[in-house]
Design a protein around this ligand. Structure first.
Ligand SMILES: [Zn+2]
Length: 554
């Protein structure tokens, strides 16, 4: 580019900006498209640890051109995928949006319901229970709902993810569509009758390409020389669970052979090509739904599920996990490049965050002499029952210990004419006497008191009386659920209110965004109010996050 050419461009650009600025505020000409990107189980420290292996067009572009909130956290427990995705898009926590867990224990039926389970709908593009999904359990509006109201229903609002809950919850109850991966032999994306009776033609065409099977026809080779990955561990180490069907947790991995043996494209979820397929569908949605091509703002919610599926098996020090992130960086760059080309730089706004972070493999930390150990819900339930029998007489006093909550047998408490709070109080005190437990609060206390700080706040913000337990507790830092009780000392979980589970990256980039860093503490619940400001629309109805003013241009 010659100097004069460049100077004219700069002059034209600043003139255009000045004109717009003088005539109307930014929100009067909102972005044509908002793209929300969620990376499932992304720790904030991956940005720092993997930095020198990233290219220029993905995470580094978000840092260079965007606004980076470096101390952003979840302030609720449990830190899980359903509550996290609902929180990002509603701007609030389970106490208000109602998605209190991935699997929610229901007192009346004494059973567990999956957070997006809905027996009243049927699959579209799939058969069986994978299609019986909807946002029925979500009790607050999301960015998608509010954008539909703002634009008199003219916006296109589309949710995409391999995981059903990650596609569905961002769309609220009135978003246009959600598509998730039905796996099986076909590897198709499906939806449910909540949204429509048949798949849009562009999704049917996409499924017809059978890309999942194609991607599983390859060998997963490390992208970089092994000495470029940031890990103190050898690729073959005792803390990792191999991919489904594999014998060693190492690269290279012959995916074609594993796929041939199982015949199930579910394997794709544990590989970097799960992210590739997700990007492919997002790009197909841009074309198929004409997203961002007119003045009516659209919303595309994309969630990358594979980083979570893989990190659960291998933990955050695995070569495989870093390899997936280096490739995810390329996928995000591919998405941005296409947004530039189709919608136009400066005409769309992106945010990127995670639905929760995740801890190191607990056994690894313990082997380093860290303060770390595994929790055991079955043992805890047995011990609580034993001490309640001692105190109150025979009976099955504990209905269920799950999600770090104790559900008591309310009918037995009623039959024995006991005061529920006294039983709750005994359980909480008993838990507080356990050296592995940091905090325990009763449901009665949580209804009466206002806990505004620390772990008590996190417990309170995760608590909804009709959906939560009778006693909520938190283990001390380093104490984690096992990934699988059948495979001890391997893999990792996330659930707690400690920093390794709560600290996630938050980026904004594009229209309406001022580049820079925000280092003061922010909450993930601040994302939705901030997006609402950029779009010039009302907040999701129960949002209690705050706008982050450093992000906003005028
Ligand atoms: Zn997870």
């Amino acid at each position: 580019m010659t100097c004069s050419h460049r100077c004219i461009l700069v002059a034209a650009a600043s003139l255009a900006f000045t004109t717009t600025d003088a005539q109307s505020p930014q929100w009067a000409e909102p972005p044509r498209l908002v793209v929300g990107i969620v990376v499932d189980q992304m720790r904030a420290d991956y940005i720092y640890r993997y930095w020198d292996n990233f290219g220029e067009g993905g995470f580094k572009r978000l840092v260079a051109e965007g606004s980076f909130q470096r101390d952003a956290h979840y302030d609720h427990v449990p830190t899980k995928t359903g509550p996290g995705h609902a929180g990002i898009y509603t701007g609030t926590t389970p106490a208000r949006h109602g998605i209190v867990a991935n699997d929610m224990y229901v007192r009346s039926s004494k059973s567990t319901i999956y957070c997006v389970e809905d027996k009243g709908v049927t699959g579209v593009g799939s058969t069986g229970t994978i299609g019986q999904r909807s946002p029925l359990n979500l009790l607050a509006t999301t960015l998608a709902d509010e954008l539909e109201r703002r634009t008199d229903g003219r916006s296109k609002t589309i949710g995409i993810a391999l995981k059903d809950r990650s596609a569905i919850l961002p769309m609220g109850r009135t978003g246009d569509a959600a598509f998730w991966f039905a796996a099986g032999t076909d590897g198709a994306f499906a939806s449910s009758s909540w949204y429509f009776d048949s798949l849009p033609q562009w999704v049917t065409d996409f499924n017809g390409e059978r890309l999942a099977a194609t991607y599983l026809g390859r060998t997963w080779e490390p992208l970089l020389a092994l000495d470029r990955y940031h890990t103190p561990l050898p690729d073959d180490n005792p803390y990792e669970v191999p991919l489904p069907g594999a014998t060693t947790p190492t690269l290279p991995q012959d995916l074609q052979a594993l796929f041939k043996a199982s015949g199930d494209t579910y394997l794709l979820r544990f590989t970097p090509w799960g992210n590739t397929l997700t990007t492919d569908l997002a790009l197909a949605a841009l074309v198929g739904e004409d997203l961002g091509t007119d003045a009516v703002p659209d919303l595309l919610a994309v969630s990358y599920s594979s980083p979570d599926d893989l990190a659960h098996r291998m933990g955050p020090r695995a070569v495989e996990v870093e390899d997936m992130y280096v490739r995810l960086d390329q996928e995000i760059a591919r998405l941005f490049a296409e947004l530039d080309r189709r919608v136009g730089k400066g005409k769309y706004t992106v945010f990127l965050t995670a639905d929760h972070a995740g801890s190191d493999v607990t056994a690894y930390l313990a082997d380093l002499k860290g303060s770390a150990g595994y929790s055991d819900d079955v043992k805890l339930e047995r011990e609580l029952d034993a001490s309640l029998i001692k105190l109150l007489g025979p009976g099955k006093w504990v209905r269920r210990v799950t999600n770090d909550q104790v559900f008591l047998n309310d009918s037995l408490i009623a039959v024995r004419k006991l005061e529920p709070h006294q039983v709750q109080r005994f359980v909480a005190d008993r838990l507080l006497g356990d050296p592995t437990i940091a905090e325990a609060l009763t449901a009665t206390d949580l209804v009466r008191e206002n806990y505004s700080e620390g772990m008590r706040r996190n417990l309170a913000r995760g608590f909804m009386p009709t959906r939560s337990g009778d006693v909520l507790y938190s283990y001390r830092p380093g104490i984690a659920e096992p990934y699988s009780t059948r495979i001890p000392n391997k893999g990792t979980e996330h659930n707690t209110g400690w920093n390794y589970d709560t600290h996630v990256p938050v980026f904004f980039m594009g229209r309406g965004v001022v580049e820079g860093e925000v280092v003061r503490p922010t909450s993930v619940t601040d994302i939705a109010p901030t997006v609402s400001m950029i779009l010039g629309m009302t907040m999701p109805d129960a949002a209690d996050g705050r706008v982050v003013p450093e992000v906003l241009g005028r």
